[in-house]
Design a protein around this ligand. Structure first.
Ligand code: ZN
Length: 102
């Protein structure tokens, strides 16, 4: 497998993972549960990572690019169900999974 995405915000990583999964891409999450070790390693070493099969790299990269760019007309939004703040690129609330305005 290859590493396709890494970010220090676990919610963004999970959102990307959901987008890839929804597109039929098999993902594996690594470094998800080792925050307690963060003090001993360089920060980028402990960012959560998404790994995928190499043959799905192109499709995954296109989806990630789209997700991270977002739509310029979008702004951050607040979930109607739990009032959590969400990034513009998120289509579902990262906190409760409710649908956003997009
Ligand atoms: Zn919510």
């Amino acid at each position: 497998m290859i590493r396709i995405f890494s970010h220090d915000n676990i919610f963004i990583v999970h959102n990307i993972k959901n987008i890839l999964n929804a597109a039929g891409i098999i993902t594996e999450l690594r470094n998800d549960l080792i925050n307690s070790a963060a003090g001993e390693l360089p920060p980028t070493e402990v960012w959560p990572e998404i790994w995928i099969m190499p043959e799905q790299q192109q499709k995954a990269e296109a989806l990630i690019k789209l997700a991270m760019q977002g739509d310029p007309s979008r702004t951050s939004w607040f979930c109607e169900d739990c009032n959590e703040s969400n990034e513009p690129a998120f289509e579902l609330c990262w906190h409760c999974g409710a649908e956003g305005p997009y």
